[in-house]
Ligand binder design. Structure first.
Ligand SMILES: [Zn+2]
Length: 356
């Protein structure tokens, strides 16, 4: 029995959404998953500029670190501030001291002026998608650790999916893509079957109708919040990792939630299943073996204990031997300053959103 574990990985995050908390409710109450995208997230992402993004990423990374998460796989979109956006996230996370795997989620839903919620597979690749692809390529070629991001099949043409897939292959990495998160993307399995590879990250897979190559990332809290249904990741033989889809990066909390959601579906399951999911993300950050977390509970290495002990706090974090969180507070940056700057950026962002 131990107070200590390895540090955590969040296998799917959206650091650009850290400032969304507290924003004004949309004028129209969303009635479906697609409506949530249209009225909330696709308004937020076009309101982002690079300065806002920096503080959003810094806040998300700081909160991750203070929850014992030292590595984040992020999926980013800011359609009106694409160029250089991955460097901005990388810089913010590096200032905080969190490891990252970054990608820009390309999409054809923006043709420059108009939003198209669903895109025909036969349409040509848009300029917006081409710019997103260039951002992925630029970042990867400059030595950044990442993947090629794609928003989702239903907002991309076949040409765009093929270009993303080819770029990933040429850069020796995978594609990080939302897959059948809602019913609106139920064709994802058919669209991706011939394209997906073992090094792809298949995020959500709630309505996925067939086995695809890749690692599935399960995001139970987000799926419940968007009422898209239970993903039941065990119906596939893929490796399964855990993500938060942008709702913080408290992975012990996400694992506890994943466990009760799993049990609600199958009462024969044990917490060990979910703890395996928690560790799958480590394959993207081999160096995380050198990061440790000390928690406020003395049996934190036992899944059966953790599953039934809400409120376990992260006390200390060591990254590669260096103490970066001590008694819950970061040692390498000023959390008050990060929160102050993030609040200022959030006020600017919320004001902009109120005008849309
Ligand atoms: Zn997501």
């Amino acid at each position: 029995m131990s107070f200590e574990t390895r540090a955590m990985v969040c296998a799917h995050h959206h650091l650009y959404s850290s400032l969304a908390r507290g924003m004004q409710a949309p004028a129209v109450t969303p009635h479906s998953f697609l409506s949530i995208l249209e009225n909330v997230w696709w308004k937020l992402d076009v309101a982002l500029d690079l300065d806002t993004l920096y503080w959003s990423a810094a806040l998300g990374a700081a909160e991750a670190l203070c929850n014992g998460t030292t590595a984040i796989i992020d999926h980013h979109e800011s359609p009106l501030a694409i160029d250089g956006s991955l460097d901005v996230i990388a810089d913010a996370c590096s200032m905080i001291g969190v490891k990252t795997n970054l990608s820009y989620g390309i999409t054809d839903r923006w043709d420059g002026t108009t939003l198209h919620s669903k895109v025909s597979p036969l349409s040509p690749m848009t300029d917006g998608a081409a710019r997103g692809l260039r951002e992925n390529e630029r970042f990867l070629q400059s030595g950044g650790r990442g993947m090629v991001g794609v928003h989702a099949s239903f907002t991309c043409s076949d040409e765009t999916l093929d270009r993303a897939s080819s770029l990933a292959e040429s850069m020796n990495t995978g594609v990080h893509i939302h897959v059948a998160e809602g019913i609106d993307d139920k064709e994802a399995g058919a669209r991706l079957q011939s394209r997906a590879k073992d090094n792809w990250l298949l995020v959500h897979a709630v309505h996925l109708d067939r086995q695809l190559a890749g690692t599935i990332v399960h995001n139970p809290r987000s799926n419940m919040n968007n009422a898209v249904g239970y993903a039941n990741p065990l119906r596939f033989s893929n490796d399964v990792a855990l993500g938060t889809d942008g709702i913080g990066a408290d992975m012990l909390e996400e694992a506890r939630l994943a466990y009760v959601r799993l049990r609600e579906f199958d009462v024969m399951q044990s917490p060990d299943t979910v703890w395996e999911w928690l560790q799958t993300g480590e394959k993207f950050f081999p160096e995380i073996v050198n990061d440790t977390v000390t928690w406020s509970y003395d049996k934190v290495d036992s899944p059966w204990h953790v599953a039934f002990t809400p409120g376990i706090r992260c006390v200390d974090v060591h990254v590669d031997g260096q103490l970066v969180v001590k008694n819950g507070s970061p040692t390498q940056f000023d959390m008050t300053e990060i929160r102050t700057k993030a609040s200022e950026a959030a006020a600017k962002l919320h004001k902009k959103l109120a005008l849309t």
